[in-house]
Design a protein around this ligand. Structure first.
Ligand SMILES: [Cu+2]
Length: 238
């Protein structure tokens, strides 16, 4: 191993330390914190707004979705109206249920019922399935509109540039490798259990009781499987 390689390896922890320190400094910006970063996972992204525009209260936050993202489920926030602005896809695609999708969510726009005063923060949660693209950085250019003026959080670092040197960086994060446990995705499993229950309820009482017992057993086993999968996930992260 050459001394140059050793020097590079030595620089790695330093670079990582700088990134962690940078996260604190960026806390006042408009930032995104994903609940999961593994490619293909269902993640809840929490966008936070830490201040107004040069002291002016915030009236609107418009978050642009990366092109690879088709569908978004925004969490409602009692202080804000939320609206999805759609864009037509160049070519229709099929979703997991075989339905044809002709448009995607281009922007999620939160409009304040009462402007958010400078010096107070608020958060916006968007649930979406992360694209299956480990290593790629997802960027969410965001326009913050205030009673006076606006801030465009749209800057992205060029190659080798320190993101901390940007005045108004776009919220972003990098996708990690897909988790193996994602194969046994919790959502489809839950949907199957629900359907079984509904079908059994419409049947005769005699058969229904037996079937419900079996459905309960199946649901129990599925729950156990999900629990084991979750445990494996937790162990892997630790
Ligand atoms: Cu800031």
């Amino acid at each position: 191993m050459s001394s140059r390689t050793l020097a590079r390896l030595g620089a790695l922890p330093l670079a990582a330390g700088l990134l962690v320190a940078g996260a604190g400094a960026a806390a006042a910006h408009v930032t995104v914190t994903p609940s999961l970063t593994s490619a293909g996972s269902y993640s809840v992204l929490t966008f936070s707004v830490g201040h107004g525009c040069d002291g002016s209260p915030t009236t609107k936050i418009a978050i642009q979705m990366p092109e690879q993202v088709l569908a978004v489920t925004p969490t409602r926030n009692p202080e804000w109206e939320v609206e999805k602005q759609m864009a037509t896809l160049d070519e229709p695609v099929e979703d997991a249920h075989g339905n044809e999708i002709t448009e995607r969510v281009d922007q999620v726009v939160y409009t304040a019922r009462t402007p958010l005063p400078d010096g107070y923060r608020d958060t916006f949660e968007l649930q979406l399935q992360l694209p299956d693209a480990a290593g790629e950085t997802l960027t969410f250019p965001t326009i913050q509109t205030c009673e006076k003026g606006e801030t465009a959080w749209i800057e992205t670092p060029s190659a080798g540039q320190d993101p901390e040197s940007l005045e108004s960086p776009a919220p972003s994060f990098t996708l990690d490798e897909a988790e193996v446990a994602d194969e046994a995705d919790a959502e489809p499993v839950a949907a199957t259990a629900d359907e079984t229950d509904e079908t059994e309820e419409t049947e005769a009482a005699d058969d229904g009781a037996d079937a419900l017992g079996i459905a309960g057993l199946v649901a129990g086993l599925l729950g156990l499987a999900a629990g084991v999968a979750a445990l494996v996930l937790v162990r892997r992260r630790a």
